[in-house]
Write a protein of this length. Sequence first.
Length: 120
Amino acid sequence: MGAGVTGIGHLILTVDDMDRAVGFYRDLLGFPVVGAVDPVWTVVDAHGVPLTLYRVAGAPRLALGPDQDDSPFFFHVANFDSTAAALEAAGVRVKRTDRRQGIAWDPAGNVLGFHDHREG
């Protein structure tokens, strides 16, 4: 029978500064804001997944691994090299794992993965 789950309601990322977070997720990554930008709680549409930016001081950041340089989720991109170059040009810290994937840090220090499915 199951528990009746119908989908993901929200993935929540804590942020320090909502304006900087919205600038990163909306303006740089291209995720539209759902509703209005709120100083504490703003939702962006990560291609069908509600990603909630929640401003709270001192909250832990999303990061995995002994060096805190890995992420529990990855965004699909058409071409990782192009994505990494665009993020770096905007001043974002990027760690390239290989030519098809890597990680980047958002303005609050959350670690986000990016990868493509190109052949070769």
